[in-house]
Write a protein that binds this ligand. Sequence first.
Ligand SMILES: [Zn+2]
Length: 278
Amino acid sequence: MRPRGVAVLLAVIAVVGGCSAQPEDRQEPPAAPSTAATTTTTTTTTTTAPPTALPGPGGTTIPVFQQPYAFGTSQQQAPPVVDGLVPVVRRIETNQPYVFITIDDGAVRHPAAVELMRKSGVQPTLFLNSKHVDGHADYFKGFEGLATVHAHTATHPDLTGTSYDFQRQEICGNAELLRAQLGARPKLFRPPFGNFDQTTRRAAADCGFSALVMWTAAVNDGVVQFQAGGRLNAGDIVLMHFRQTFVEDFLAFLQRCRVDGLTPVVLDDFLVDPKASV
Ligand SMILES: [Zn+2]
């Protein structure tokens, strides 16, 4: 009996081993026609296709995206500052199937955020308030290499109609705190509630920002909400927040990208001049 049991066990190991060389992926295209089998045998055995999904927190499944270009490589730049006013960017003009995810405030320091970003291969742009970062820099330093950090004011006020000095203090002060506590001075600015006036654009330019960034879609309670139409489109900038629903919101965004045939890429690569950040 013993030898037979060993044989069965070896057979099981062989099957498991054979599967483990391939990622769990039912969406892969079928294998190449057998006519090429004899010549491609050596290369196919050494090539491991990247996974299209990975297990996530709480039994979830995280869609995985491959970088279509090396992140950190400039693809476009923001329109210039004109008459002392930063440009207002609502979406990115691109002929590539790219979308952008932004995550605001920082109120809820969700423990699964790093895992979601790392496994998905998606690098968001974070617009953070001083009041949420100050005293919690260690949490936000955890996103180094996984996300970029930009400015969203010190205390999250509605800036419209307020004085230049107040707006400059909120915007420059936020930039300086983020630089001091997280290590890099932000170059992009998003006004709280999306509310701004000409004074905001002037103060943001004077504080050294390259663009004021709005959005074209948002995620709330695990649902992607569109400003127009029923899908995400190339160039859309999507807004979500650091909330208790972080996992549901981030996964809803990723799943929507997959359904709509879009790849999330880094907003900075389309708006920030790398040479200007020195
Ligand atoms: Zn906000």
